[in-house]
Design a protein around this ligand. Structure first.
Ligand code: UDP
Length: 376
C-alpha cells in the first residue's frame, strides 16, 4: 500500500486545482478520470475539419469578480477579452439578452429612458410579497408579458418542470438592466482562454508530483490505500444511489458544419416552448480573434438524466434537497478519508470561478490541518 499518495477523482477544475496545491508542497498526487480527457465539462478541442475551438460540453465564458481567481487562471494560460452578448429569439421577434433597455423598449415599442423604467414596470409587476420561486420572482419583477415571452418556455425546456417549482435564485443569476448594456455578466473580469480550457487545466496538472490516469473508473474500495481522497464525482453515485438519485438535468448537442457566418452571434436563445432546443451556439464566435471560413453550429437540448447520461445542472427541487441532506448526514457519519469537492460532489450550480475559489480555499484549509509530505 502506498499511503503516502493522495488520490484526486476527477480532472476538472476542482480536482486539478487541489492536486496542484498538494503537489507544490511536495506531495505525490494521482489524478484519475473516467473520461479519456482532462478538464471535465470545460473540455475544449479544435475541430479536426475546421480548426474551430469547440467547447465540447457547452460554451464556458469565464467571468469573475475574484481577482485571485482571475490571476490564477491567467497564470496558467492566456485569457482573451470576451463579452458574451446573447440574442433571444422569441415569438414576438429578436431581442437582446440579458434584459436591458433595448429589450424593453423594442418589446413594448416604447422609448423609455433609464429613469422611467422602474415606474413603467411597476404597472406590469404582479403584486407578490416575498416571491418564493422562479415564477413568482419573475412576475413580481417583470410582469406577465416579459415573463412569458422570455422566461417561461425557455425555463420549462431547460429544467423540465414548471418554473414555479424552481428556486428564485436561478432567475437571480441573470442581470436585468435599465440601460443599454447588453453584457450577459456583471463580473469585473471576463474572458475566454486563447487556446481553450483544456490547455489551462493541462498546465495546472503539469507538475512533477502529479500523475494523471485517464479512462480510469473509480471504486471507493481503493480509498484505504491513499492518505486522503478528493472526490469530485456525483455524490449520489459515490454512495451507490443508496438514498435514490439526486435530480439533474443533462444537455445534449446536435453539431453541424456550415459555411461562413451561420447566425452572426455566439449564442442565440430560443425562448419559445414549442422550439425543441434551448439555444444555438456558433463556436467560432467565442474566439473572435480567429478567422475561419467554415463554422460549427451546435443546437443544445436539455433533458432529464437517465442511465449513463452526464449530470449537468442540479435541479435542487424540494425532494432533491431532502435526499441531499440524507447523503450529507451519511457522509459525515462514515468519517472516511474523503473530501467531497466541486459542482457534482456538493450538488450545487457552480460557475467555474466559484469552483476554483473553493478548491483553492479548501486545499489551503486541508494543508493547514495536515503535515505535508516532503521526503520521498
Ligand atoms: N433563462 C430564460 N431565458 C433566457 C435565458 C435564461 O428563461 O433566454 C432562465 C433559465 O431558467 C436559466 C436561467 O434563466 O436556467 C439562468 O440563465 P443562465 O444563462 O445563467 O443559465 P446557464 O446557461 O448558465 O445555465
Amino acid at each position: 500500500m502506498d499511503r503516502k499518495k493522495y488520490l484526486v477523482v476527477g480532472a476538472g477544475f476542482s480536482g486539478a486545482v487541489i492536486a496542484r496545491k498538494l503537489a507544490e508542497i511536495g506531495n505525490k498526487v494521482l489524478v484519475i478520470d473516467k473520461r479519456n480527457h482532462i478538464a471535465g465539462n470545460c473540455y475544449t478541442e479544435r475541430d479536426a475539419n475546421t480548426n474551430v475551438m469547440v467547447h465540447k460540453y457547452g460554451p464556458h465564458i469565464f467571468n469573475t469578480n475574484n481577482k485571485k481567481v482571475w490571476d490564477y487562471v491567467n497564470s496558467y494560460g492566456k485569457m482573451r477579452p470576451f463579452i458574451n452578448k446573447v440574442i433571444a429569439n422569441t415569438d414576438k421577434g429578436i431581442f437582446s439578452m440579458p434584459m436591458n433597455l433595448l429589450t424593453i423598449n423594442q418589446f413594448f415599442k416604447t422609448k423609455l429612458k433609464p429613469f422611467e423604467v422602474a415606474s413603467f414596470l411597476k404597472e406590469k409587476q404582479k403584486k407578490i410579497e416575498n416571491p418564493k420561486n422562479f415564477e413568482e420572482q419573475a412576475l413580481a419583477f417583470l410582469g406577465e408579458e416579459l415573463y412569458y415571452n422570455f422566461f417561461y418556455g425557455y425555463t420549462k425546456k431547460q429544467w423540465g418542470c414548471e418554473p414555479k417549482e424552481l428556486p428564485a435564485s436561478i432567475l437571480k443569476r441573470l442581470p436585468i438592466r435599465f440601460n443599454y448594456d447588453d453584457n450577459y455578466y456583471n463580473s469585473k473580469y471576463q474572458g475566454i482562454p486563447e487556446n481553450g480550457y483544456t490547455e489551462i487545466v493541462e498546465n495546472i496538472l503539469n507538475h512533477k508530483n502529479i500523475e494523471v490516469k485517464l479512462g480510469q473508473e473509480y471504486n471507493k474500495k481503493v480509498n484505504s490505500a491513499y492518505k486522503h481522497v478528493f472526490y469530485s464525482g456525483a455524490l449520489d453515485a459515490y454512495f451507490d444511489y443508496k438514498y435514490d438519485r439526486l435530480g439533474y438535468r443533462t444537455v445534449f448537442f446536435e453539431e453541424k458544419l456550415e459555411n461562413g457566418d451561420y447566425q452572426g452571434n455566439a449564442v442565440i436563445n430560443y425562448c419559445e416552448e414549442k422550439v425543441p432546443f434551448t439555444r444555438i451556439h456558433e463556436h467560432k464566435h467565442f474566439a473572435p480573434w480567429e478567422i475561419h471560413e467554415k463554422t460549427i453550429v451546435v443546437k443544445e437540448y436539455s433533458k432529464e438524466t437517465e442511465g449513463e447520461d452526464e449530470p449537468y445542472y442540479p435541479k435542487r427541487l424540494t425532494k432533491d434537497k431532502k435526499i441531499l441532506e440524507q447523503y450529507k448526514a451519511y457522509a459525515k457519519s462514515c468519517q472516511e478519508n474523503v473530501s467531497f469537492v466541486g459542482r457534482l460532489a456538493t450538488y450545487r450550480y457552480l460557475d467555474m470561478d466559484k469552483v476554483i475559489a473553493e478548491a483553492l480555499a479548501y486545499s489551503d484549509y486541508f494543508i493547514s490541518k495536515t503535515t505535508p509530505e516532503t521526503n520521498f
